[in-house]
Design a protein around this ligand. Structure first.
Ligand code: GRF
Length: 213
């Protein structure tokens, strides 16, 4: 069975949604470890309550030593059986850019969720960017991680309408509900072997695969 490693930095609500989905729906992937770069991340408690092993690998002081930090991440993931071959790594609010070594090791096996419809509004504060731009529609994107920032192949997206009185906060809430729907589904599609990446595009096979929500 494939093994799942989830990287978080804070609240971990996407992590919780993924773990609940995997446990309730008996998705064929084993949640092997949740790793946080902050000891105080609330998501660590949630993971522990759900019976998933946790690790803290503090990133403080590793600002300019990304490679060293990424090697520690790889070490921890592999210790828990999350390998480049049978592992899936989900970035779920992990507030660090992962480096080329990790990306190479887990090529097309690292997922991220971004709170906008990529390629619109990449980077930080995507919801605020959408509000400031005056976008009428935004949403979220689950994508594979490549060497760029929020540029990898898109797996699933879900759109929400932006109301004229929306703020970055209210839009974030709307989008988060959709995140909690599509991220678990993306993990399930991969666990069930329905996803392939071909020439930078994601192909999904099986019933209902083209629905975005
Ligand atoms: C989410 O908005 C996600 O899109 C972004 O970081 C936030 C993480 O929230 N990448 P949570 O920790 O999953 O609650």
């Amino acid at each position: 069975m494939q093994r799942l490693g989830i990287l978080i930095s804070g609240r971990g609500s996407n992590m919780g949604a993924i773990l609940r989905h995997v446990q309730r729906r008996r998705v064929p992937i084993r949640p092997a470890v949740v790793i946080s770069n902050h000891a105080e991340a609330a998501g660590l408690r949630t993971a522990q309550k759900m019976g998933v092993p946790t690790r803290v690998i503090p990133s403080r002081g590793f600002g300019g030593r990304r490679q060293e930090y990424d090697r520690m991440l790889i070490g921890a993931l592999e210790e828990h059986g999350v390998t480049g071959r049978s592992g899936l790594v989900c970035l779920a609010g992990f507030m660090r850019i992962v480096g080329p070594e990790l990306i190479k090791r887990y090529r097309n096996r690292i997922l991220n969720i971004h709170p906008a419809l990529l390629p619109a509004f990449p980077g930080l504060d995507a919801q605020g960017q959408a509000i400031r731009y005056g976008a009428r529609v935004s949403g979220c994107t689950v994508h594979f991680v490549d060497e760029g920032v929020d540029t990898g192949p898109v797996l699933l997206q879900s759109a929400v309408m932006v109301a004229s009185d929306d703020t970055a906060e209210s839009l974030s809430k709307k989008i988060l509900r959709r995140e909690h729907a599509i991220y678990p589904r993306a993990v399930e599609l991969i666990a069930r072997g329905q996803v392939r990446v071909l020439r930078g595009r994601v192909l999904i096979s099986g019933r209902g695969s083209q629905k975005s929500r």
